[in-house]
Design a protein around this ligand. Structure first.
Ligand code: COA
Length: 254
């Protein structure tokens, strides 16, 4: 089965596009694995000077595939490690990361942006991390990064209360650089990635490393979150939330 992740390299920009619009770009284990592979391939390729994440019209990503969560919750198994490969790849990324968000950005669709260096969002975007409503906890190192980036209070509103934020809110919080109309989203994101890709690569790398600082506390927080997240996936609170979501789909189909 083909994995709905499209990868292309053009003029120094490696584009990784989530292309599963029928599921609002929910991310499966196979998709995490494909993205982790692409990112690491980009590290080894001198022609890649920046990596750009894109989704499809109206959906950047609806977060982790809930059917995958459900599988882990019900089987009691550990689940795929691909998500951690992906998270490690973006935490430790060696090339600048840019994202263009048009529409829905949910769960990891938000927290991955905290590892990007430049983010463009369309005006119709919605940012939401309903971790607690799903019986879960924040992931991807977001519990460490968000309070530093936007204050404890704003981080609590986003990560614990699961409030839905507009592009302007996300910009004010500090993880979106520019807000555009939906028609300009991709061209603006590509232009930003191309601008970065055109700079002297060694100076860019050294500067970026200085700006990003030591990644080890982020990596260790991501692993700490993952331990708790893994336990929570099997909790009664999480199982009830996953079943409610799946039942909504069945009701729609019936
Ligand atoms: N995992 C699996 N499937 C998902 C999904 C996810 N995270 N998000 C959306 N889908 C599926 C829906 O089940 C639906 O499938 P179906 O057509 O086979 O029934 C399809 O994508 C379209 O979603 P739908 O809910 O009909 O679209 P919407 O515009 O009304 O709502 C969302 C979009 C994203 C707000 C809603 O789907 C949602 O809340 N998804 C879950 C988000 C989430 O909690 N992610 C995990 C965060 S940790």
């Amino acid at each position: 089965m083909t994995v709905p992740i499209e990868v292309a390299v053009e003029d120094g920009v490696q584009t990784i596009r989530l292309n599963r619009p029928e599921k609002k770009n929910a991310i499966t284990s196979a998709m995490y694995a494909a993205m982790a592979d692409a990112i690491k391939t980009g590290w080894a390729d001198d022609t890649v000077r920046a990596t750009l994440f894109l989704g499809t019209p109206g959906a950047f990503s609806s977060g982790n595939d809930i059917a995958d969560f459900m599988q882990v919750a019900m089987s009691g198994e550990r689940g795929s490690m691909a998500v951690f490969d992906f998270l490690e790849a973006i935490i430790m990324s060696q090339k600048p990361l840019v994202a263009g968000v048009d529409g829905l950005a949910i769960g990891v669709g938000v927290t991955m942006l905290m590892h990007c260096d430049y983010v463009v969002a369309s005006e119709r975007s919605l940012f939401k991390t309903p971790f607690v409503d799903l019986g879960l906890v924040p992931e991807a190192g977001s519990s460490l990064l968000a309070p530093k980036l936007m204050s404890h209070h704003k981080a609590f509103e986003l990560l614990a209360m699961g409030e839905g934020w507009s592009a302007a809110d996300a910009r004010e919080a500090g993880f979106v650089n520019r807000v555009t109309g939906e028609g300009d989203l991709e061209s603006t994101a590509i232009a930003a990635a191309s601008e970065i890709a055109a700079k002297p690569p060694q100076a860019m790398k050294l500067s970026r490393d200085l700006i990003r600082g030591d990644r080890s506390p982020i990596l260790s927080r991501m692993r700490q979150e993952a331990e708790i997240f893994g336990e929570r996936l099997k909790s009664d609170e999480a199982k009830a939330a996953f079943m409610a979501f799946m039942a909504k789909g069945q009701k729609k189909a019936g």
